[in-house]
Ligand binder design. Structure first.
Ligand SMILES: C[S@@+](CC[C@H](N)C(=O)[O-])C[C@H]1O[C@@H](n2cnc3c(N)ncnc32)[C@H](O)[C@@H]1O
Length: 485
């Protein structure tokens, strides 16, 4: 087990990383597109070929990102006076000639800010066998990024990062919250988050505790969680704490969702990325709807569904079990467990809860969205609270286009689809009345006046039209095609 350096060393490390210009942009420039892409595929050779100038920046990249040994003299130049103390405290492995990294340390950025993130080393570079300890602390993963892009970025007083890992969500939360609380059950994760807080000169209240335990009596304006959501029998002796909650099935996600409302302040948001079991006898959306708090608007977006073999293979490979002893038995036992529970798929997706409402939307949406999707989620939250009646003045969102399909030359289209080109990039099939109403929503006329006009145009009963079409108009508002003036 690699120890974690004391936060007291962080200011000197920060100074060295700053002086070496160890930033996302500088590293990207040094590596170039194809070496960077190769590194994303866990191949280091192209990047090794681009980092031979022995500059402090190249040395840091070789040491931390490529996990290559560097000359002691180069390491001393890149980290002046730090090789000895960082080696004593477990972050580096140094001999008189060479230095290697024992922990990862890399630049990370959003649109406005840059940080450095220390974590455990990425396993499996260059096809090496994947070996991770049970208390392994992940760096920034696609799931971390997905949660960061889902999280609404309005300013808040108090934010909670539940299951902080290396503290990546807390770094983001620190840009918008006065107080950030980060919890985890893994002592190494907490130590790494505390170090990262010091390294980035950010205050994070780091606490040991499971799920909601450590914040039992507290409320937050914003909660984010990328929990250990892997759905497994939880019978494997060796649990990887970053992905295995120790609770069978998807109970960890259920517990977070069910518990959220008690910890959300009025108007507060909770966002999580999660997996859930899809049973052959119980539609996924009905099952998840049963978990949702009564006093929150809830948007659940199912992005992908994997079948059980694909899922088992993914996570056995993630743990380095592929081809190892007991692989076939573990694969078989996991599939049997899915079969016994009649789990036919595993959903991957997002859950957003907004305290103070009762709207529900559970949607299959495997399509490309505009990232960061958070602003579309915030718009959804606002739209849920809009009252639409005949006095409302609505406008069609500027990115919405109408697509018609049908026989060439036919008088009327067979189908009409309204499509968003931004945000969640939704598409909805509408009928001619809905399309006419949406097209007339330019903010000048009220919904009632538009109904008057459409009734005359189509020679339909005005009141019947209102009864039939106010609900679809409300749905178009909630889904973001129309918005109030
Ligand atoms: C998938 S990692 C997410 C890390 C980080 N928040 C991110 O977004 O990348 C899940 C984290 O949850 C922690 N964890 C596991 N069981 C937990 C529990 N019962 N309560 C709180 N955190 C837990 C793990 O130690 C791990 O750090």
């Amino acid at each position: 087990m690699t120890s974690v350096p004391d936060p007291g060393l962080a200011p000197r490390l920060r100074a060295a990383l700053t002086s070496a210009d160890y930033t996302v942009d500088a590293v990207d420039d040094l590596l170039g597109d194809s070496a960077r892409a190769a590194l994303q595929r866990h191949e280091t050779t192209p990047a090794l070929r681009r980092t031979t100038d022995r500059s402090p920046l190249a040395t840091l990249v070789r040491m931390f990102l490529l996990q290559a040994p560097v000359d002691r003299a180069d390491a001393d130049r890149a980290l002046p006076g730090l090789v000895e103390p960082l080696s004593r405290q477990g972050m580096l492995l140094a001999t008189t000639d060479q230095v290697r990294a024992a922990l990862d340390c890399r630049p990370y950025a959003d649109d406005a800010r840059g940080w450095w993130v220390v974590s455990d080393l990425t396993p499996g570079l260059d096809g090496q066998p994947i070996r991770v300890d049970s208390d392994h602390v992940l760096g920034v993963t696609p799931a971390s990024t997905s949660l960061a892009q889902l999280t609404t970025r309005h300013e808040v007083a108090r934010a909670l990062d539940l299951g902080t890992g290396c503290g990546i969500q807390s770094l983001h939360l620190s840009t918008q919250a006065t107080d950030v609380v980060a919890t985890d059950v893994n002592a190494r994760a907490l130590a790494i988050t505390a170090f990262n807080a010091a390294l980035n000169e950010i205050a994070i209240d780091v606490r040991a505790g499971s799920l909601w335990d450590e914040v039992r009596d507290e409320t937050f304006d914003l909660v984010t969680s990328n929990p250990p959501f892997v759905i497994s029998p939880a019978t494997e002796g060796r649990r990887l704490v970053y992905r295995d909650s120790g609770m069978p099935g998807d109970q960890v996600v259920e517990a977070i969702v069910r518990g959220a409302s008690a910890h959300l302040a009025e108007g507060g948001w909770c966002h999580l990325v999660a997996n859930w079991a899809v049973h052959d006898h119980h539609p996924w959306d009905e099952r998840l709807a049963g978990w949702l708090p009564d006093d929150c608007d809830a948007l659940v977006v199912q992005r992908e569904v994997l079948d059980p073999p694909a899922y088992v293979e993914l996570w056995l490979k993630d743990a380095g079990r592929h081809g190892g002893p007991g692989y076939l038995e573990a694969y078989d036992a996991w599939l049997r467990w899915f079969e016994e529970r009649r789990i036919e798929g595993i959903g991957f997706g997002w859950v957003s809860l907004h305290q103070g409402g009762t709207a529900r939307e559970l949607v299959d949406h495997p399509y490309v969205v505009e990232q960061p999707v958070a602003s579309a989620i915030a718009d959804w939250g606002a739209a849920c609270r809009v009252v639409v009646d005949e006095t409302s003045r609505l406008v069609l969102r500027v990115d919405v286009v109408q697509e018609t399909h049908g026989e060439p030359g036919a008088e009327h289209p067979e189908t009409i689809v309204l499509r968003q080109r931004r945000g969640l990039c939704r598409a909805r099939q509408v009928d001619t009345v809905e399309a006419a109403m949406a097209g007339a929503c330019d903010g000048e006329l009220t919904v009632g006046q538009i109904l008057d006009g459409v009734a005359v145009l189509l020679e339909r009963d005005r009141d019947e039209l209102a009864t039939a079409y106010l609900p679809p108009v409300r749905r178009l508002v909630r889904e973001g095609y129309l918005s109030p003036l």
